[in-house]
Design a protein around this ligand. Structure first.
Ligand SMILES: *[C@@H]1O[C@H](CO)[C@@H](O)[C@H](O)[C@H]1NC(C)=O
Ligand SMILES: *[C@@H]1O[C@H](CO)[C@@H](O)[C@H](O)[C@H]1NC(C)=O
Ligand SMILES: *[C@@H]1O[C@H](CO)[C@@H](O)[C@H](O)[C@H]1NC(C)=O
Ligand SMILES: *[C@@H]1O[C@H](CO)[C@@H](O)[C@H](O)[C@H]1NC(C)=O
Ligand SMILES: *[C@@H]1O[C@H](CO)[C@@H](O)[C@H](O)[C@H]1NC(C)=O
Ligand SMILES: *[C@@H]1O[C@H](CO)[C@@H](O)[C@H](O)[C@H]1NC(C)=O
Length: 443
């Protein structure tokens, strides 16, 4: 039900060269030399990245990039963007049934709505961007192991394009689109049809990958040979299980989030118990895991805390500034506010589930940490609170930003990217692209 956190919550400065369609819609761009007719190995020449890429001063293996339709009826502009790198010269362009035991891989980032170019440029891809936007070759890129393809999906994500009314309705639609794309991709690179595919990803791809696998097992003649899946740091299962249930463990691991306050710890512990989050499982588990049926927050606009977080930090900074001006002890004032917050929370809970936060201990913790576990490193408001890496949130690093490189005209042309939209790291919400709810699929 809940929307999971984006992989990274960073502001992207749009470039002005193209019409900005922030929702992710757009259409693919036809570059010179585009073959006519169905996909075939002839398209390899079209997709091959041959123009120099800005700031790439090191040699790169052969690679191919561009948009490929998902072939969803009525949505001709629905495409996925891919960027693929071969392990050895000729390995990805092998003919059908050649190289037949050589694995190949696909990488997916999560979100939902986050571009897999994040993985390519900052995690496991061959070219990496530093915080000063210069680039270096990643010696540990996964294309050193196998032909590897980074795919922006679902439609609308990253450089993938989408009709305004063409976003995925749910995870099953996502799976069907993905196979529409793969069906075309293997026409361009025919050896991929039978070679063992390793489908890999992280974060919300922990939801995408099982659904893609589900679609695969429902097909009588799938276009690829899916042999392995791997998920890192995956959001598997329901949002409540993923975000709310582990909060006490998070606090126990990083007690600095609550300033080592035993009373606050006890509050979270009590709430965790009342919400049934201290599940005691056995191995082997006797039957199904017990259902979670936690109380939802009543007065809390759940989006509020995370979108409000900058305001919260700003307020804290302003209080700091005012207090310093008046010569008051800043910490003392904050401690007073914190004690008020605690008293109020204790009053609301008094033996039961806190009606304001309900069992949303995740937002309760963020709310608390943003207001009272200050200061954040360098008081950098934009760094905010990186839920993906809590120790990092306590000591944030400079933001990673792929937009300068990817939206540069030279890059865009070289990788055959769309011109109807700018690349953004994450669209708010790819299932209809409005930030107004969670994954519409059944949990
Ligand atoms: C890679 O192979 C192609 C033919 O498939 C050849 O034209 C090209 O020179 C080779 N490149 C390198 C770097 O070996
Ligand atoms: C990558 O490998 C090259 C060649 O072995 C080496 O010179 C370079 O320092 C390595 N770079 C990193 C970041 O490890
Ligand atoms: C697809 O994109 C083209 C531009 O290439 C646009 O004219 C057309 O209206 C789009 N189709 C749909 C269904 O949105
Ligand atoms: C899939 O890959 C495995 C491992 O290489 C191979 O044994 C099998 O024959 C392949 N299946 C198909 C349908 O190509
Ligand atoms: C799980 O076990 C702990 C320790 O015995 C206990 O305190 C807790 O109440 C149990 N949780 C539930 C939901 O039964
Ligand atoms: C290239 O790198 C420089 C820093 O070395 C940076 O200022 C510039 O924005 C980068 N350009 C692109 C297109 O990434």
């Amino acid at each position: 039900m809940l929307r999971l956190c984006n992989l990274l919550v960073l502001a992207i400065l749009p470039t002005l060269a193209y019409t900005q369609l922030d929702d992710g819609s757009g259409f693919p761009h036809d570059y010179p030399g585009k073959p006519s007719g169905d996909f075939s190995p002839e398209w390899q020449t079209y997709f091959q990245v041959t123009d120099p890429l800005p700031n790439v001063t090191f040699p790169m293996g052969r690679n191919w990039a561009g948009n490929i339709p998902v072939d969803r009826p009525g949505h001709p502009n629905n495409t996925l963007f891919f960027w693929g790198f071969e392990k050895e010269n000729g390995s990805l362009t092998a003919a059908a049934n050649e190289n037949s035991n050589e694995p190949w891989g696909i990488w997916l980032n999560g979100g939902p709505g986050s571009s897999s170019m994040i993985g390519l440029l900052f995690e496991n891809g061959p070219l990496h961007i530093r915080n000063d936007y210069s680039m270096f070759s990643n010696n540990f890129s996964w294309d050193h192991l196998a032909d590897y393809i980074w795919v922006d999906q679902p439609v609308g994500t990253g450089f993938s394009t989408c009709d305004e009314q063409g976003f995925v309705a749910d995870e099953d639609q996502m799976g069907e689109d993905f196979f529409g794309f793969l069906n075309n991709l293997v026409k361009v690179f025919p050896s991929l049809k039978t070679r063992p595919l390793h489908l890999t990803g992280e974060s919300y791809a922990g939801t995408y990958i099982p659904y893609i696998t589900k679609t695969y097992f429902g097909m009588s003649d799938p276009p690829v040979n899916l042999t392995k899946i791997a998920i890192g740091d995956g959001s598997i299962g329901s949002g409540i299980e993923f975000e709310w249930l582990p909060m006490l463990t998070v606090i126990e691991t990083y007690p600095q989030l609550i300033n080592y306050d035993p009373e606050v710890y006890q509050m979270f512990k009590d709430q965790s118990h009342l919400c049934g989050f201290d599940l005691n499982l056995t191995y082997p588990q006797n039957g199904h895991f017990p259902s979670l049926n936690p109380q939802l927050p009543s007065n809390l606009d759940t989006k509020s805390i995370r979108t409000k977080k900058k305001t919260l930090i700003k307020q804290a900074l302003m209080i700091d500034a005012q207090m310093s001006k008046r010569g008051l002890e800043v910490d003392e004032v904050r401690m007073q506010k914190r004690d008020e917050w605690k008293r109020e929370a204790q009053r609301r809970a008094s033996g039961g589930i806190d009606p304001t936060y309900g069992c949303d201990l995740f937002d309760e913790l963020i709310d608390y940490a943003l207001q009272f576990s200050f200061p954040w490193e360098g008081n950098d408001i934009s760094a905010g609170f990186d839920v993906y890496n809590i120790p990092d949130a306590l000591d944030p690093e400079a933001p990673m930003d792929g937009s300068v490189f990817l939206n540069d005209d030279r890059t865009r042309t070289a990788i055959h990217a769309p011109t109807s939209k700018d690349w953004v790291e994450s669209i708010n919400y790819p299932f209809g692209s409005t930030d107004d709810g969670g994954d519409p699929s059944v949990e």
